[in-house]
Design a protein around this ligand. Structure first.
Ligand SMILES: [Zn+2]
Ligand SMILES: [Zn+2]
Length: 135
């Protein structure tokens, strides 16, 4: 299975071939600041392996997925974010913005604009909350 893809902006960021503000990285995942923050805090947790979207997660990716979730908890703790006031989730195809799986961490919800609240609606057709999402 391919682990990276040419012309994928997130793969380039992970490989340090494109600029970004990384706040965390290890062998499995990378966490960057969103370039267009929807609230005071807006981070993206990316698997280092190129997975197109949440729909393409496979059973063999379950460890990687668990790693993304534990990183999310770590970021919440590191940034001092209240989980109750934080929106987290994935885009659901075909509503992807970038063709590389990324978990949004946005906080606090009350600072989000109306349009951003709509874009990142809790468990809608296009945005799936991680708390209810299992593979
Ligand atoms: Zn990629
Ligand atoms: Zn996104």
């Amino acid at each position: 299975m391919e682990t990276h893809k040419e012309n994928c902006i997130f793969c380039k960021i992970i490989e340090n071939k494109a600029p970004s503000e990384k706040i965390y990285e290890d062998d499995y995942v990378t966490c960057i600041k969103d370039i267009k923050p929807a609230s005071t805090h807006h981070y993206l947790i990316l698997p280092n392996k190129h997975i197109r979207n949440a729909k393409e997660l496979r059973v063999e990716d379950s460890e990687l997925y668990a790693k993304m979730i534990s990183t999310m908890d770590l970021i919440l703790e590191k940034q001092g974010l209240d989980p109750e006031a934080t929106r987290t989730g994935f885009h659901w195809p075909p509503f992807n913005t970038v063709d590389h799986l990324h978990l949004h961490v946005i906080s606090p919800i009350e600072n989000m604009s109306f349009i951003n609240k709509l874009l990142f609606t809790h468990s809608s057709y296009w945005f799936v909350s991680v708390r209810i999402y299992n593979i």
